[in-house]
Design a protein around this ligand. Sequence first.
Ligand code: GDP
Ligand code: MN
Length: 380
Amino acid sequence: MNLYEYQGKKLFEKYQIPTTKGILIDKNLENDYISLNELNINFPVVLKSQVKVGGRGKAGGIKVANNKDEFMKYIKQLFNLTIKGVKVNKILIDEYVPIEKEFYLSFIIDRSKNQVVFIFSPLGGIDIEEVAEKQPDKISKLFFDYELFDFQIRDAILKVYNEKIDVVKQIENIALKLFNLFKENDCILAEINPLVLTKDGRVFALDSKIIIDDNSEVVDQYEEEDEDISVIEREAKVRNLAYVELDGDIGIIGNGAGLVMTTMDLVGLYNGKPANFLDVGGGAKAEKVKESIHLVLKNPKIKALFINIFGGITRCDEVAKGIIQAFQEQSYSIPVVIRLEGTNKQEGKAILEQLKELNKEVFFVENAEEGAQKVVSLIK
Ligand code: GDP
Ligand code: MN
C-alpha cells in the first residue's frame, strides 16, 4: 500500500525525522472548506495536492500561496485538478521552506538480491531515474542485509556529497531514523525526495513516499483513509453498511449482494442508471433498513428509489417496519418502488399500507423486472 504524503509525514514525526507541519483539508468535508477563511495562516504556504502519484510538481499540483487571495484561488484550482487520472480530494497546507539545496534519500527492498538498498543523491527534487540516466556518478547505493552501521551510511553519503560536514551529519541521522521507520513498518520503499537543506542550514524532509507491504498488518490502520471515498461511503463504513456510490440517479436497496447486483443490472437493462449499491444483508432488522434508506437518500442525485427484497432469513415485516420508520423520520418526496417477496410477505404488505400516507408516490411491484421497469419510467 502506497501512503499519502501527509501520512508519510506523520510517520516522519513519529520517528523524529525533521519535516514540515501541515494542515490537511478535504474536499468532501464542507466544514473544512468554509472554515478555510478563518484559518490563521502564516504566509507564504505551500499547497500540495494529496494524490498517490508522483510528479505532482510538474503537473501543477503544488502551489505556493503568498496571501489569502492566492490561497483561495489555488485551493479552488487544485480541487478541480486531475493528476494522471486521479482527482485531487485532499490538500496539504504545508509550511513554506526556503530551499538552499535538494537531496534524494531512500531505502528500498531489492527483490532480486533479497537485500535492502540505501540510495542517496545530492541531486534531489527530480526523478531519481532521471539522475540515474544523466548523472549516474551522482548516485550512491549501499546494499546490505539486515544490519546497518552509522559509518556505512556516512561513507555512502560522502561518496557523492562532502561539502558541509555538518549537513552530512544531519543527513546520516535522518537516514538512520528512516531505516528504523522502514523496518518497523514493513516498508518496501521509504523515500524522501526532496530532502532539503534550508537557507539557515537545517535539513528537512519536504516530501514522503512510503510503500508498505500489502501482507503486513501495518496496512490495516491506513485502510480507512485509503481511497478517495465520498462522505456517504465514509458514513456507510462507520455504520457497517455495504454501500458503493455510483454515478446514476436511481437508488438501489436489496438484501444479498447477488440480488442487489441483479437489481442494478435490470435497472441498466431498461436504460436506468443506478446511483449506488446497497446490501442490507441477511436477516436485516428494521433499524438497519431504516439506516440504509437514510444513507442512500443522502445522495442528492437520486430521483427515485427501488427497494428489492427477497426474504428468506430476512423477514418482510421487519423490512416494512424499517421503511415506514425511515419515511416517518424524514419526509422524502421522491418516488419509491417496492418489491417484497418471501417470508412474512403479507404482514409486510399490511404494514406498508401506511406508507401511502407518508409518500405520495409509492409503487408496489410483484417482481424485480417489473420494478426495474417502473423505477426507470419514473425518471423519464
Ligand atoms: P512531487 O513532485 O510529487 O514529488 O512533489 P514534491 O513534494 O517533491 O514537490 C515538488 C517540488 O516542489 C520540490 O522538489 C520543491 O522544489 C518544491 N517544493 C515543495 N515544497 C516546497 C517548499 O516548502 N518550499 C519550496 N521552496 N519549494 C517546495
Ligand atoms: Mn517528491
